[in-house]
Design a protein around this ligand. Structure first.
Ligand code: ADP
Length: 400
């Protein structure tokens, strides 16, 4: 079974094409800057050279068409005919309370995804047009929706409800949803394999530290708490997002600066986090370099970032009443020994001790970085959200 995985954003469509027989990644790429004169695509067949070209692309239908044309291209394609595509798996950011697992997309599901536009206005509409594009260009090919929120639907009400008037939950579904679910679920499954124990017997804390950052407490394979909330703004410090703040700050800023709602949104989502504190960049690699060169602001940004992660790890040890392992994943989590070490600093009282030598090994494999005596193991597990979406898609298809 060959599965095309699509991640449709506002101005880009990322794709990965899998042969699920052996879970082989056949090709991948991106169509970038949709609707802009500088639009281009990148396409790569695994193990071969990347093809990059400028293109004219004014909407998502045209973007998906470019992807399909690349897949069947005689020179740099990977299949003869688009009919070899058995299914399309879509990353859908928000499934609200309606979706606790991946589903085959029907007219009714499309309407339900539309109903969630109000919960994720920056993401779901683009995910939706990606589905429409495939309906048009690949008629009859099953499409599967894999939701970022679905894995967290198991979080109990006492953990997902905000202490606001209950009527706001009833009227507007205001509650914690959580995101990055596909990644947290994937690395939890991999961690169980790595530890050689059934997932159902493990308590895990998974730290997804990329541009967006979130942390999840997983008990017996089930998400019981996560740091992102009603939107992906809550929780950890991220590249440009602030994470947890006192909500009264917004009212205060409104009072003293008369800041508009649009500007507030930009402030919290685009100008805060690592970028906001350092005043330099949202990119962790650059911040780490700046810290090494003596930048006080870069050091401060990293201090705030790591302290927040540590605080969450410690609190999730409480949520789970201890844990078998803490797992680091995504761009920062997989690649930065400095950040991992600082996030786990002085947690030996709670059973977490990172081994400096193991931690500083630069590697891309799944590995343990805790001391042999550490009660809670610390692991690095590379995430693979695309493969997880492909797996979910083939599972849903087989079950249907
Ligand atoms: P996204 O959330 O967009 O998928 P990624 O998971 O790719 O992002 O993570 C991007 C972040 O990872 C950036 O801040 C980048 O600087 C950081 N990163 C990548 N490699 C390293 C590295 N070797 N050391 C530190 N940070 C890194």
């Amino acid at each position: 079974m060959k599965v095309l995985v699509l991640n449709c954003g506002s101005s880009s469509v990322k794709y990965t094409f899998f042969d699920m027989d052996g879970e082989k990644r056949l090709a991948f790429g991106i169509v970038e800057c949709i609707g802009l004169p500088e639009a281009y695509y990148k396409h790569q067949v695994a193990g071969e050279e990347e093809v990059k070209e400028a293109c004219k692309v004014s909407n998502h239908v045209e973007a998906v068409d470019i992807i399909l044309q690349n897949l069947i291209n005689r020179d740099h394609g990977i299949i003869q005919d688009i009919h070899e595509i058995s299914a399309v798996g879509h990353r859908i950011v928000h499934g609200g309370e309606k979706f606790s697992k991946s589903v085959l997309i029907t007219d009714e599901v499309m309407q339900d995804i539309k109903n969630c536009f109000v919960l994720a206005p920056l993401h779901n509409p683009h995910n939706y047009v990606g589905i429409e594009a495939c309906v048009k260009l690949l008629p009859g090919v099953p499409e599967i929706a894999v939701f970022d929120t679905a894995f967290h639907q198991t979080i109990p009400q006492f953990a997902h409800l905000y202490a606001l008037p209950y009527s706001l939950y009833q009227k507007y579904n205001i509650r914690k949803y959580g995101f990055h679910g596909t990644s947290h679920k994937y690395v939890a499954q991999r961690a169980a394999e790595f530890l050689g124990k059934p997932l159902e017997e493990l308590k895990l804390i998974t730290c997804h530290l990329g541009n967006g950052c979130s942390i999840t407490a997983i008990n017996k394979g089930v998400s019981v708490e996560t740091s992102m909330g009603f939107t992906p703004l809550e929780g950890l410090v991220m590249g440009t997002r602030c994470g947890d703040i006192d909500p009264y700050i917004l009212i205060h800023l409104q009072n003293i600066e008369k800041i508009s709602l649009d500007d507030l949104n930009t402030l919290l989502n685009k100008k805060s986090g690592l970028l906001g504190i350092s005043g330099l960049t949202s990119d962790m690699r650059t911040i780490l370099k700046a810290m090494s060169s003596g930048s006080e602001k870069a050091k401060l940004a990293i201090d705030v970032y790591c302290y927040r992660v540590k605080k969450y790890i410690a609190s999730y040890l409480g949520v789970l009443n201890g844990a078998d392992a803490v797992i680091f994943t995504a761009g920062v989590g997989e690649n930065s020994p400095t950040i991992r070490e600082r996030c786990c600093q002085e947690l030996s009282g709670l059973g977490i001790s990172v081994d400096s030598a193991l931690n500083s090994n630069i590697a891309t494999n799944e590995r343990q970085i805790s001391e042999a005596s550490s009660k809670v193991k610390v692991l690095v597990i590379p995430t693979n959200e695309e493969l997880m979406i492909a797996r979910e898609s083939s599972r849903v298809l087989t079950n249907n």
